[in-house]
Design a protein around this ligand. Structure first.
Ligand code: MEV
Length: 388
């Protein structure tokens, strides 16, 4: 039975968790049993959750699983994954094994550089202003770097500044990009602070007005790229390889399919993003915008090698951190890094891109052979057997 209630509550955020819960219980008619489920914060203390976001009444749990058999750049990894979808982890573990004979996944080096955008409007002379900004790059860099002495000490900071005149529906603007090496952080905090710090000086230089000062999630200076060879026989033979190449051709030619193709990639990447306490929305935004840069396309590419094996490559921006925010405070995020055996952000992204490629092949393999429902049904059967 649904209840009619007013959603207008003033000062909800000022209440304690218990008071908020009691109010919601009364408003929507939660039972005692439902309330006690909400009261179970698991390994978190309610106070910890209460300071992460506003209006907290509970903590939400999902399965935490381990994908096996991964070798990336010659090292073995057990990969923690948080997600609700059956078959995904099993398929990734299964297909990861098919790369081992051919050296596993090769992930490239990833510069940890993020873009901070500053939007300048009402500029009198765009050309002159661009020159002015260019001429004062060094001062701007120094000013930005002053905001984060620790980052600078560790070798990070602003590496360059790009100046981009932009025609918009509101007239000409200049967009300044701060290219910031954020080292092991996702980077939003450092970059946003720096973008805000240089804004007044940019207004002075251009006699314009600054509005937005914010990180871009299209992290094209933080590209993760990997490659792997998937064994033909283990995949299920020539016909399955052919089916995967056909699936890839389909995705390249059709946006409706490309969307789902890329969703399969993100099944892996987002599960690891969550397991390590990173920002899933930032990763999704970056991935799909990158896929759309020249007309929405599959993020991966496939070909067949001389032995008939499948060779896959995946490239996407990956702004994953291991310090800051939830990555340090969420107990499972810390344990995830321990399971992975990782102590730097670059390596985390190198593993994530490998997992994305593997997940993609796992989905295409299932689709090109038995279909994905068979795997789901096997799991369903296991559940039924466990029940009886
Ligand atoms: C389901 O979560 C993911 C797939 O749809 C991906 C794909 O179609 O490639 C199976």
């Amino acid at each position: 039975m649904t209840m009619n209630y007013s959603s207008e509550i003033s000062g909800f955020y000022k209440l304690s968790i218990n008071e908020r819960l009691a109010l919601i219980k009364e408003k929507v008619g939660l039972t005692d049993e439902e309330t006690s489920i909400l009261k179970n914060f698991g390994y978190f203390k309610p106070e910890q959750m209460d300071i992460l976001i506003e209006n907290v009444i509970a903590s939400y749990q999902l399965p935490y699983a381990i994908a096996c058999n991964f070798m990336v750049n010659g090292r073995d990894y057990l990969i923690p994954m948080v997600l609700e979808e059956p078959s995904v982890v099993a398929a990734a573990s299964n297909v990861a094994r098919m790369t081992r004979k051919w050296g596993g996944f090769q992930s490239e080096k990833i510069p940890q550089v993020m873009i901070g955008q500053v939007q300048i409007v009402d500029i009198k002379n765009t050309e002159e202003s661009v020159k002015e900004i260019e001429a004062h790059k060094e001062e701007l860099i120094t000013l930005a770097n002053k905001q984060d002495p620790i980052l600078i000490k560790l070798g990070g900071g602003v590496e360059d500044i790009e100046v981009r005149p932009l025609d918009t529906i509101k007239g000409p603007m200049i967009i300044v990009h701060l290219l910031v090496n954020v080292l092991d952080a996702m980077g939003a905090n450092a970059v946003n602070t720096m973008a805000e710090a240089v804004a007044p000086y940019l207004e002075e230089l251009t006699e314009g007005k600054v509005y937005l000062r914010i990180i871009s999630n299209l992290a094209t200076h933080r590209m993760a790229k990997c490659k792997a060879t998937f064994d033909k026989e283990m995949l299920g033979g020539e016909e399955v390889v052919e089916g995967i190449i056909n699936a890839y051709a389909f995705a390249k030619a059709d946006t409706y399919r490309a969307s789902t193709h890329n969703k399969g990639i993100m099944n892996g990447i987002i599960a690891l993003t969550l397991a390590t306490g990173n920002d899933t929305r930032a990763i999704e935004a970056g991935a799909h915008t990158y896929a759309a840069l020249n007309g929405y396309s599959p993020l991966s590419t496939f070909k067949v090698d001389v032995n008939g094996n499948l060779v896959g490559e995946l490239e996407l921006p990956l702004a994953l951190g291991i310090i800051g925010g939830l990555t340090k405070t969420h107990p499972l995020a810390r344990i995830s890094l321990k399971i992975l055996g990782i102590d730097n952000a670059e390596e985390l992204a190198q593993v994530a891109v490998a997992l994305g490629l593997c997940q993609n092949v796992a989905a295409l393999r299932a689709l090109a052979s038995e279909g994905i429902q068979a795997g789901h049904m096997r799991l369903h059967k296991r559940k039924e057997q466990k029940k009886s």
